[in-house]
Ligand binder design. Structure first.
Ligand SMILES: [Fe+2]
Length: 279
């Protein structure tokens, strides 16, 4: 199997406030530095590209992401739809789709097959969900993957909890959604929403009966500046490196002037563990 170049996933938070400050150079923000260094096959933005879902905010985010000069796959977050009634219900995703054409994108190559799911529910402010017909479609969409492609599902609302303070609930029917995506063939499930990095492999939280495929569930930290009341939350992103037998997840955090690699975790692909010790 050919080695996949690493896709990069990041949740972009309050990107618009950054883009509205023309004096701030891109290099000071830093994401392009890592893009240049890793040359990822794909950049993934797991939602909340804007603050209030305004057209100008979404356009700024789109301009920034497309300026990275790599393929980008973006899904909407709960902040990417109009904040006020009636637009919130009558044209919830129009602004997002004007920038990104669809709220459920697909990226497919010989090495990667990535599908985005729209977990935003306009009648809810924070919580999200995936309907059964979306899960059925996800199964079909993953079936379209090229034979050796690594399969990634992206949605905004998280499937595993935050390591630190957060009252945000995971995606509705979390167990059902997770089990469905695993059964559909996902190798890696990405989310955002809680602005904190969390990564786990199913064998770390699910009893093994033997022979289960490894599936990694990941939440990206927020890339944008946290809101004032959220001082103390890290800014960062994940870099995923995919090889034939393993997947490595690196967490980079922004340290005012440069990126710090603060965590590196490696997980097995397929059905075998990274290593085993005889009893
Ligand atoms: Fe969110």
């Amino acid at each position: 199997m050919p080695t996949a170049k690493p896709p990069m996933a990041s949740a972009l938070r309050q990107l618009e406030s950054r883009c509205q400050r023309p004096s701030a150079s891109r290099s000071s923000w830093g994401a392009p530095v890592l893009i240049e260094r890793f040359q990822p096959e794909l950049v993934i933005a797991s939602g909340d590209l804007s603050h209030r879902g305004r057209e100008d905010q979404l356009a700024n985010a789109s301009r920034f992401l497309h300026g990275l000069a790599r393929p980008v796959l973006a899904v909407p977050g709960n902040h990417d739809i109009p904040h006020t009634f009636p637009a919130r219900f009558t044209r919830a995703f129009r602004g997002f789709e004007r920038q990104w054409q669809t709220s459920e994108p697909t990226y497919s190559s010989p090495t990667l097959h990535v599908i985005g799911l729209n977990s935003v529910r306009p009648w809810r402010h924070q919580s999200g969900g995936i309907r059964n017909n979306q899960l059925a479609q996800a199964r079909e969409r993953l079936r379209d993957a090229q034979p050796a492609a690594f399969q990634i599902v992206v949605l905004h609302h998280h499937l595993i909890g935050a390591p630190w303070r957060s009252r945000k609930k995971p995606v509705a029917r979390r167990n059902h959604v997770l089990a469905s995506l695993v059964a559909a063939g996902a190798d890696l499930i990405l989310a955002g929403h809680i602005h904190q990095a969390a990564v786990s492999e199913r064998h770390e939280f699910e009893i093994s009966r033997g022979g289960e495929r490894g599936v990694v569930v990941s939440v990206a930290p927020g890339l944008g500046q946290p809101r004032p009341k959220r001082q103390g939350e890290a800014r960062g992103l994940h870099v995923y490196e995919i090889e034939e037998t393993w997947l490595r997840v690196q967490t980079y955090v922004w340290m005012d002037t440069d990126w710090g690699l603060t965590a590196e975790r490696q997980f097995p692909r397929g059905r075998q563990p990274l290593a085993s010790e005889p009893a």
